[in-house]
Design a protein around this ligand. Structure first.
Ligand SMILES: *Cc1c(COP(=O)(O)O)cnc(C)c1O
Length: 375
């Protein structure tokens, strides 16, 4: 075989549904020398990660740590630990990720009731109430807070109250919301949550921050059946991330450096200031899109700041525009999925990617391509 050159990634501006741009200091943190995963210095850093995660999730939950794996691993972590075969589970499905959760829950043996909403719209509390009314002993209610496949932000507090009143645990997916808009676990009464590093936390994909309330932990530690996944069993992970430091698996060292730095940046900026930045840049994008004759496709009043589904105008080749953005401008945006395939572009303004400059850059590039298209 002929020698292979070292890989050199081309320069890209990542404005899709994730990964988003990593902060420069996060990438620098990843280049630092490795430590052993039980080295006291590394263990001290793990403790800081847990403390910072609690601040960002706005929770006091003891069981708050990053699962080794991407956002989907966090989804599996929550499902395998909380669901036993035969459990009744209600899941909001208004896009790809609700659908994925329903699939994962069913693989855990759950009897899944899907509460569906049209893609782009939110899950209404009334729909959850109706579903719960038909179930004797619901174990879990799950919804996706920020549906990245459509750009809709489902309000959580009322749905969470309904779950609690029905005696069920409340699980939310905050992969895209965490670090970009308010996520208040304790105030909202959330029992289980997972997120990801590559959306609004400005780090590469590779870890999934999770948190379990004491109520959820009680369920996970008093199961009839063993958790079917060895890797994701919280009963085993607790001894690794807890005071005992029993070897379970080797934590991805450099990714934990990255998350540490990403969280540090979130808290240094301040949650309120960070959310305000995401909102400001969303509004600037929305205005600019309107000037170009484009509009955001998701439900008015519930549009995500960090991910915008943009309706593709009649007669425009959706894929060709994305290809030109990438080839001529080095900009990545996302395509529509499922029923939105070919109908929308998805422009992400997440974490490090959410800046006034980036809004201007993508609007200028889109404007140029679309004007050539119509001429
Ligand atoms: C990206 C995403 C996931 C999956 O995360 P991966 O890191 O791709 O495994 C889950 N839920 C939502 C809402 C997401 O945006």
């Amino acid at each position: 075989m002929t020698p292979v050159e070292a890989f050199q990634p081309p320069s890209r501006l990542l404005l899709g549904p994730g990964p988003s741009m990593a902060a420069p200091s996060v990438l620098e943190a990843m280049a630092k020398p490795l430590l052993g995963h039980l080295d006291p210095a590394f263990v001290g850093m793990m403790e800081e990660i847990k403390t910072m995660l609690r601040a960002v999730f706005q929770t006091e939950n003891r069981m708050t740590f990053p699962v080794s794996g991407t956002g989907s691993a966090g989804m599996e972590f929550c499902c395998v630990n909380l669901i036993e075969p035969g459990d009744e589970v209600v899941i909001g499905v208004n896009g790809v990720f609700g659908g994925r959760m329903a699939d994962v829950a069913a693989r855990c043996g759950a009897k899944v009731t899907r509460v569906e909403a049209e893609w782009g719209r939110i899950i209404e509390p009334g729909q959850i109430a109706t579903a719960l009314a038909g179930i004797k002993k619901p174990k879990l209610v799950a919804v996706v807070h920020a549906e990245t496949s459509t750009g809709a932000l489902t309000p959580i507090p009322e749905i969470s109250r309904l779950a609690r009143d029905a005696g069920a645990l409340m699980l939310i997916d905050t992969v895209t919301s965490l670090g970009g808009c308010p996520v208040e676990l304790d105030a909202w009464g959330i029992d289980a949550v997972y997120s990801g590093t590559q959306k609004c936390l400005s780090a590469p994909p590779g870890l999934s921050p999770v948190s379990l309330s004491d109520r959820a932990l009680e369920v996970a530690t008093h199961r009839t059946h063993k958790v079917q996944s060895w890797y994701l069993d919280v009963n085993l992970l607790a001894s690794y991330w807890g005071a005992e430091r029993v070897y379970h698996h080797t934590a991805p060292i450099s990714m934990n450096y990255a998350l540490h730095e990403g969280l540090r940046l979130v808290l240094e900026e301040g949650l309120e200031a960070r959310f305000a930045r995401h909102e400001r840049n969303y509004l600037a994008l929305k205005n600019g899109l309107e000037t170009l004759g484009l509009e955001i496709a998701s439900q008015p009043g519930h549009q995500l700041w960090q991910l915008n589904s943009v309706t593709v105008p009649e007669g425009v080749d959706e894929a060709a525009v994305r290809a030109r953005l990438l080839a001529d401008f080095g900009i990545e945006i996302g395509a529509g999925l499922g029923p939105l395939k070919g109908k929308v572009w998805r422009i992400g303004l997440m974490g490090e990617s959410s800046s006034a400059d980036n809004v201007e850059i993508v609007l200028n590039a889109l404007g140029q391509i679309l004007s050539e298209n119509t001429n």
